[in-house]
Design a protein. Structure first.
Length: 568
């Protein structure tokens, strides 16, 4: 019909070509299954982050969680501010200047300094080498020999050094990786571990390993705890609860081994770890609790029995870091001093790190990590059964190790004996008490300085009194550090809170009265000092570091320092 419209196809044909029939039951089942899986994943996602949020809130509390969020946001915003072009240019110039000044101090230059950057065409004679070694030994340095360096050099005397030199010469080529070739080194290493286990009252099941130093001992203990948690509990997001004063090697282990670190406050006046905070932070991902005996910054021994009760109740490993206390803290009672409970006699303690190269007076590069059982120790082993070079197994980080250092360690322990270490404890702890008493009682010091906590071993830390404001007796603690540096002392500046510590060694024992006198003189000279814009090294570095919420500038300065160590 003209002007009428017609469908291009009939309705039945349209239905045949473009079927809108309902999905089959199989398709419906697949669709429903996908919906269920999607919803389940959503629920799991929500539950996962709800659980994480709950654990975080339980651990830090609502106010603590808000404070942490505020600090994190503030830090991020400050970091963005530092990246602004005009700010970054100024910061870059200041950092470069500081690094250049650092290199000038550390890298020798000028007349009389010869730099060797390539092998000599012809080998030097033995006499030429000795002559150059003599010059190197006479380079200007802080006089640790006169007792003017805090820590750093734990010297057992010239006779012991000579004995260690003999051990070096006799076992200079030895390597514990070949125990069949060097059976004497294997024997000495086993005996060093056994003697140290006995000193720390390990049970018959006790076991241990020697390492290259305290950091490696701590790394191994953390690794063992991580592996134990993974194999026995399936923990894949491991966490450690750590006093904020614990050695930074634990944080290093966290970064190396992908372990989350929870830092717990150590509040005034005790400066010991807050066990109530530790308890709240424990969750199913926790793999280790940590205490120090004593800690490095303040020489404070944490409440190990309280940590032990937590560890036992939650079935968690408890590591006690005795690297600094080493061969002093086990002898406190026998030397007549107050002694804390800290070793394997405390039931929850499962591992201990001990530096034999500190107050054990072994050559540098010696330490032990001790375990309550050999089963715990086995978690730090590395074993490769299918290498083309043969079955490979090592007890710690290193493959080849210097047997000469083990021989030197064994010789030191045997030469000192219990009587030698008790005598050392008398001298070292006695000198530390002398410094502590001077700060507490000297008319020139007691109103301007305050001892941090209750030190029990070899380290004494002091700060400006808590809550003190500028006044006639007030001192800026970093100005005190710079004043002591100007008098030739090398003491340790601390942060959070700003403080100074003295780690007493045998060389310091002989110079302790001079140390006290110089400290009195410096404090008198900086009392009530008005800021004049000029700062020494400690005031400049730690004053700035403490004030910056974003530590990227401090990181750059520290990296610049590390780079300068390899400048010729």
């Amino acid at each position: 019909m003209p002007g009428s419209s017609r469908l291009p196809v009939s309705l039945p044909n349209f239905r045949k070509q473009y079927s809108f029939s309902r999905p089959s039951s199989r398709q419906q089942a697949v669709t429903q299954g996908l919906d269920i899986i999607r919803n389940l994943l959503l629920v799991l996602f929500i539950l996962r982050y709800t659980r994480k949020t709950w654990i975080h809130l339980r651990g830090y509390g609502l106010i603590g969680a808000i404070e942490r969020l505020y600090k994190d946001v503030y830090k991020r915003l400050y970091g963005l501010f530092l990246k602004l072009p005009f700010v970054q240019a100024k910061v870059r110039a200041d950092v470069d200047k500081a690094i250049m000044e650092l290199e000038t101090k550390l890298v020798p230059s000028g007349p009389g300094v010869t730099k060797y950057t390539a092998l000599p065409a012809s080998g030097w004679t033995a006499e030429q080498v000795r002559e150059e070694l003599k010059k190197l030994g006479e380079m200007k340095h802080t006089r640790w020999e006169d007792g003017r360096v805090s820590g750093a050099v734990y010297h057992g005397g010239d006779e012991l050094s000579d004995l260690q030199g003999e051990a070096f010469r006799k076992f200079g080529v030895s390597n514990p990786i070949h125990p069949d070739v060097f059976p004497a080194v294997r024997k000495m290493e086993a005996e060093v571990v056994a003697m140290t286990l006995a000193l720390f009252n390990a049970p018959e099941t006790g076991a241990g390993v020697t390492t290259s130093g305290g950091t490696e001992s701590i790394l191994m203990a953390v690794l063992a705890a991580r592996q134990k948690a993974y194999h026995e509990r399936g923990v894949r997001e491991p966490e450690i609860i750590l006093p904020e004063t614990a050695h930074t090697a634990f944080r290093k282990a966290g970064e190396y081994f992908k372990i989350k670190i929870h830092l717990v406050p150590c509040p005034h006046p005790s400066y010991r770890v807050s066990t109530s905070h530790v308890s709240r932070l424990i969750n199913s991902n926790t793999i280790m609790l940590v205490g120090s005996a004593p800690n490095f910054p303040h020489g404070i021994v944490d409440d190990i029995p309280a940590l032990s009760r937590l560890a036992v109740s939650k079935n968690l490993p408890l590591h006690v870091d005795c690297c600094l206390g080493s061969f002093v803290i086990p002898f406190l009672a026998r030397a007549g001093f107050d002694a804390p409970d800290f070793d394997f006699r405390v039931p929850g303690v499962t591992s201990i790190s001990v530096d034999t190269h500190k107050y054990g007076f072994a050559p540098k590069g010696n330490s032990c990590v001790l375990y309550r059982s050999s089963a715990m120790r086995s978690f730090q082993y590395y074993i490769c059964p299918d290498w083309s070079g043969g079955v490979y197994a090592s007890p710690n980080m290193a493959g080849s190790r210097p047997g000469a250092l083990i021989a030197g360690c064994w010789a030191s322990l045997m030469n000192m004996g219990e009587s030698g270490y008790i005598d050392t404890c008398h001298k070292v702890v006695g000198a530390a008490k002398r410094v502590e008493d001077a700060v507490r009682e000297s008319p020139k010091l007691k109103h301007s300085l305050q001892i941090v906590g209750k030190p029990m071993v070899s380290v004494v830390a002091f700060r400006s009194p808590v809550g003190a404001k500028n006044g006639p007796d007030f001192v800026d603690i970093y100005s005190v550090a710079d004043g002591m540096s100007a008098k030739g002392w090398h003491l340790n500046a601390l942060q959070d809170p700003p403080a100074i510590h003295v780690a007493v060694t045998l060389p310091i024992v002989a110079a302790v009265e001079e140390l006290v006198k110089d400290l009195e003189d410096v404090v008198e000279s900086v009392k009530g000092q008005v800021e004049d814009g000029k700062k020494g090294d400690a005031a400049a570095l730690y004053g700035v570091a403490g004030a910056l919420p974003d530590k990227s500038i401090v990181n750059e300065l520290a990296a610049g320092f590390l780079n300068s160590l390899y400048k010729v």
